[in-house]
Ligand binder design. Sequence first.
Ligand code: FAD
Length: 417
Amino acid sequence: MSIGVNWAGSHTFAAKVLHEPETVDELRRIVAKAPKIHALGSRHCFNDIADSDELVSLARLPQELTIDRANNTVTVAAALTYGELGVALEAEGLAIHNMASLPHISVAGAVATATHGSGDRCGNLSTAVAGMELVTSSGDIVRLTRGDDDFAGAVVHLGALGVVTRLTLDVEPSYRMAQQVFRDLSWDAFDAHFDEITSAGYSVSFFADYGPTIAELWIKDRVDDEHPFQLREHYLEALAADIDLHPVPRLDAANCTVQRGEAGCWADRLPHFRVDSIPASGNEIQTEFMIRRELAVPAVQALREIAPHFIDHIWTAEIRTAAADDLWMSTAYGHDIVCLHFSWMFDPPAIERFLPIVQATLTPFEPRPHWGKVNTLPAAEVNARYPKHADFVALANRLDPRGAFRNAYLERTVFGA
Ligand SMILES: Cc1cc2nc3c(=O)[nH]c(=O)nc-3n(C[C@H](O)[C@H](O)[C@H](O)COP(=O)(O)OP(=O)(O)OC[C@H]3O[C@@H](n4cnc5c(N)ncnc54)[C@H](O)[C@@H]3O)c2cc1C
């Protein structure tokens, strides 16, 4: 049986079996019996992180969602998407702190890879996790709560520890947001005012193909009656767009969330892409590197110098920020980060040619690559940038002593070095 491909079509799953249990007990039996198995989320990773001999999808488990108002949390079934979560929380007057560029991804899949949005004071999506329940390779259920010894090591787990069945997330009262997009910010302005620009809203993104200017600057802010959105005619010298824009300026903005300062629900403004549309270009492969925030300007200057190598192959690049956290395998472990993302046109041989040049350019900045996107950095080099790497390997060996969740990706990256 063919399991098919990932969202991008860039990886054909090697797995021959896809289990779709309807109960946790069924899941426990499947996992305990399988020599090699991995959980599959919504297939949005660009590499083989979610592959194995056997896969298990939790899409058929009951899609429960339980709100705990006393503790300001919601407990959700692992396969729930952020789009579904947003609708359910908004109906209860609640919200989460941030979302990725798209709401289509599963909560468990996003948390597993330290998926992030943008915002100087926003931790990535994994930082909202207050508790988790997983089925380990023995078929046993392990429950972890923030503060437990293994918790900080287990949240960003890359699928290496078990199959997560439930996640408990921090929630807060629902809030409204608005966003505005500005065109053609100069690189000089980026260099001179980076900190000022990234703090101009709750969540700020730069989109550029590394051509002459930053094509778009997206500023998203929380609003309420006392603090209406600050609609600007320009930001620095970048002019406000008078139509809605797609992050790739030549693509149709119909797929994007509402712009031009119109306030709406947090879940309809934090992502760039609408839940009912194709996110991004739909024909791409993504790469992303996180570096220390304070290195943003020199790193981006270095990328501008090598842009001729890739400029004909890029839909757009996005530059975002995220706050430091203490989750061992999080790309923001220990320090604030700037996230240097690239949406490459779908042309694997071309990417193979210029990706090493991009990586060599960023190596002095000690990048941590996104776990769910494409890179070819040496594993030892990457693992050395995670102070808790050895502890994570020990945790994985303890929770999964028979290595049932170790797949080719994990052997190559986390365990192989
Ligand atoms: C168009 C597009 C836009 C994107 N935008 C962003 C962005 O804005 N920010 C960002 O950081 N990333 C972004 N990504 C990357 C994406 O968010 C991550 O790759 C994310 O991990 C995908 O989640 P998924 O549910 O599709 O998981 P999958 O790709 O299916 O799996 C990812 C990992 O999670 C594990 N996993 C999934 N479910 C479980 C479970 N129940 N138990 C244990 N492990 C599990 C899998 O085993 C695997 O290791 C984007 C991707 C696409 C395609």
